[in-house]
Design a binder for this molecule. Structure first.
Ligand SMILES: [Ca+2]
Length: 267
């Protein structure tokens, strides 16, 4: 039995062609215009080349993106589960640091209390000072003229004598011949001497250069640290002036030690 509408297979013929819709369309178009068929083949090649190029570009983009993600994964630090061990011993103490700045001055403390020993020591010192002052006053009061100047007493009877006699007079009274050690004492002695009327108006000082000309020393042999020479003095006139007197003006001059001048003592 034959099928209607189906292909007829004859002897000597090849296997019947099976045409799909696509092949039929291509065949129809190829049979209609062979030259145009060649154009379609070139167009397809160009289309394939474009698809191939686009595919290559997509692969390159995927490779770059994948590479970047891969780098990100490699740089990430893995976190491993940890387990705390036994704590170690404390380390050694470090060296002392440099000294810090000085602090502010503190408040004044409370006044301390006297102890029996310290109070007795202070009272003993005061008693000794009073005794010394009283002794000086008793000696000074034995003279006709006396005056307190600082810690000293100047005293005189207004008499005149040689240097040697004047030293003996003062020593026997419990004092010594006057000798100013500084400008203040020189001025105090000048003031006291101005109240005494004697002639000539000069007073002996306890200094000499008898042992070494020009080197003025006190009765203990110590070189004087204070001098108050008048203009053109000392002269050592005639090579015999080895003692010194103070004038009413307070200035000094060298004289002969055997000459008689006012005597003032001090204690
Ligand atoms: Ca002299």
């Amino acid at each position: 039995m034959s099928r209607q509408g189906g292909p007829v297979l004859r002897h000597g013929q090849n296997k019947p062609e099976v045409h799909t819709q696509r092949t039929l369309q291509v065949k129809v178009r190829s049979s209609e215009n062979p030259v145009r068929g060649q154009d379609n083949s070139g167009t397809q090649k160009m289309a394939l080349l474009r698809v191939y190029s686009v595919g290559l570009a997509l692969l390159a983009m995927l490779a770059l993106t994948g590479g970047a993600e891969e780098k990100g994964i490699q740089t990430e630090t893995p976190h491993w589960p940890t387990c705390a061990g036994i704590p170690g011993r404390d380390g050694r103490d470090g060296r002392d640091g440099p000294e810090g700045p000085r602090g502010q001055k503190g408040e004044k403390g409370d006044t301390g209390q006297w102890t029996d020993d310290s109070l007795i020591a202070v009272l003993q010192t005061e008693v000794n000072n009073l005794k010394e002052g009283l002794s000086k006053l008793e000696k000074a009061a034995s003279f006709r003229f006396f005056r307190k100047a600082g810690s000293k007493f100047y005293m005189s009877n207004g008499e005149v004598a040689s240097f040697i006699d004047g030293q003996s007079l003062c020593s026997s009274a419990g004092g010594s011949m006057v000798l100013p050690r500084n400008e203040a004492e020189n001025q105090a002695l000048t003031n006291f001497f101005s109240t005494i009327s004697v002639d000539p108006p000069h007073v002996y000082l306890a200094a000499t250069d008898a042992r070494s000309e020009g080197t003025w020393v006190d009765t203990a042999g110590l070189t004087l640290g204070f001098l108050k020479w008048a203009h053109t003095e000392p002269q050592n006139y005639g090579g015999q002036e080895h003692c010194v007197v103070m004038r009413k003006s307070g200035e000094w001059a060298d004289i002969k030690c055997i000459d008689k001048y006012a005597i003032i003592c001090e204690v």
